[in-house]
Design a protein around this ligand. Sequence first.
Ligand SMILES: NC(=O)c1ccc[n+]([C@@H]2O[C@H](COP(=O)([O-])OP(=O)(O)OC[C@H]3O[C@@H](n4cnc5c(N)ncnc54)[C@H](O)[C@@H]3O)[C@@H](O)[C@H]2O)c1
Length: 245
Amino acid sequence: MMLQGRRAFITGSFQGIGLGIATALAAEGASIVLHGIADEKAMTKAEKIVSSLIAKILASGPIDILCNNAGIQRTGLIENLSRDTWDDILAVNLTSYFDTMKLLLPQMKERGYGRVINTSSVHGLIASVEKAPYVAAKHGVVGLTKVAALEYAHVGNAETGGVTINAICPGWVETDLIEPQIQAKVDLQNGDRAAGIADLLSEKQPSKRMSKPSDIGAIALFLCSKNAHNITGASISVDGGWSAQ
Ligand SMILES: NC(=O)c1ccc[n+]([C@@H]2O[C@H](COP(=O)([O-])OP(=O)(O)OC[C@H]3O[C@@H](n4cnc5c(N)ncnc54)[C@H](O)[C@@H]3O)[C@@H](O)[C@H]2O)c1
């Protein structure tokens, strides 16, 4: 139980990638503070998977691991996007990450161990059309991650584990977030979901395989280990080669 006694706060963790990270960390003994906007159905599913940990959400105490993961996506050409859409995407996908880090990094510093894992995106490294606010926010997360890594690199040592701040940059992961983009392709394929997904992947993700939330969870888990004490300020691509092109 690598994370026994550790406490993790994961934003946007009732479903999708956040729930994948919560499940991976909980399996190694971390207690989890779940967070997000959830309807009753999604909440029940999350409770089922990390059931015994729900009671701990309200318990007070330090946070060892912060996973900033909440995110929203709206697409459209810049000339058609509203200022409200821009503000909403920047607030959820970037500003909230700053707020939580500002609040939680000082208490990680005190204990010499802390992990911040920010869910950025392949769109934190490269661009696509019709995603200006999302791409701007995700690039912002990569920059924020690097600055925080520099500010906390001196904290702790290999024994305590240090305080590290990293970004994970997924390509396509099959979650609700990309369902509208999947559906658009499925419609073009006369309702054939597998063909629609294959079409979506073939455009940009050379492996032609979707990632699963549990794949991202496994990487987050590794970053929480003490062995990862010298990985900081990194942007880890999980995109089947998308950003290598
Ligand atoms: N799915 C992908 O292909 C993909 C690829 C790259 C990056 N990402 C990123 O992964 C992260 C998780 O997305 P996902 O794919 O699991 O999608 P998702 O829609 O399943 O999950 C998004 C989560 O964010 C939460 N959230 C949204 N707005 C919120 C708000 N205002 N306050 C609190 N919580 C809020 C939701 O409750 C939900 O739990 C996002 O940051 C997303 O940009 C996803």
